[in-house]
Ligand binder design. Structure first.
Ligand SMILES: Cc1cc2nc3c(=O)[nH]c(=O)nc-3n(C[C@H](O)[C@H](O)[C@H](O)COP(=O)(O)O)c2cc1C
Length: 147
């Protein structure tokens, strides 16, 4: 197996206000263009003013992007829950995939079955949940959920 040179970061944050679909789309447009140029892949989840994002690629590029995103005034309380080197990217298909996950979708993921009860709030996600989610996507979950 090759050296684990892919750096992967997952964080959660809180939006400063509810985001509309056009606002999310505009953000995704910018993110996709920049990430493609930087060799970054990843995914973004949004629910009820909470964000959860995974970014992967060369370490320096990932760290620099997390810095930029952390300074974005449209959200706050960014907290990195996972930072690790992996051999293979989990999200090769996406410069920035946007995934809308309902409670029902999330309940189908091993290890997350009963994590959320009434509503989805990614500020509750920690390392364990990030790893379960990535595991599900690695095993093809995205095929049913990607937008
Ligand atoms: C939750 C969230 C996730 C973001 N993700 C990315 C991203 O993956 N890539 C990116 O280039 N910008 C992302 N941004 C936007 C950056 O904070 C910043 O506005 C953007 O990189 C500036 O790009 P520009 O210099 O091309 O205008 C994100 C912002 C937020 C609030």
């Amino acid at each position: 197996m090759s050296d684990p040179t892919v750096f992967q970061v997952a964080y959660r944050s809180t939006a400063n206000k509810p985001w509309s679909p056009p606002e999310l789309n505009a953000l995704l447009g910018v993110a996709r263009e920049n990430n493609k140029a930087l060799g970054l892949t990843g995914m973004l989840l949004y629910a009820d003013q909470s964000f959860f994002q995974v970014l992967e690629g060369p370490e320096a590029k990932v760290r620099a992007m997390v810095e930029i995103i952390g300074r974005d005034p449209r959200h706050h309380s960014l907290s990195v829950v996972l930072a690790r080197f992996v051999h293979v990217r989990d999200l090769t298909e996406w410069s920035m995939g946007y995934v809308e996950m309902s409670l029902k979708d999330l309940s189908r993921i091993d290890g997350l079955n009963n994590f959320f009860v009434d509503s989805v709030d990614y500020t509750r996600f920690g390392k364990g949940q990030a790893m379960m989610l990535l595991n599900a996507f690695r095993n093809g979950f995205w095929r049913a959920s990607a937008v």
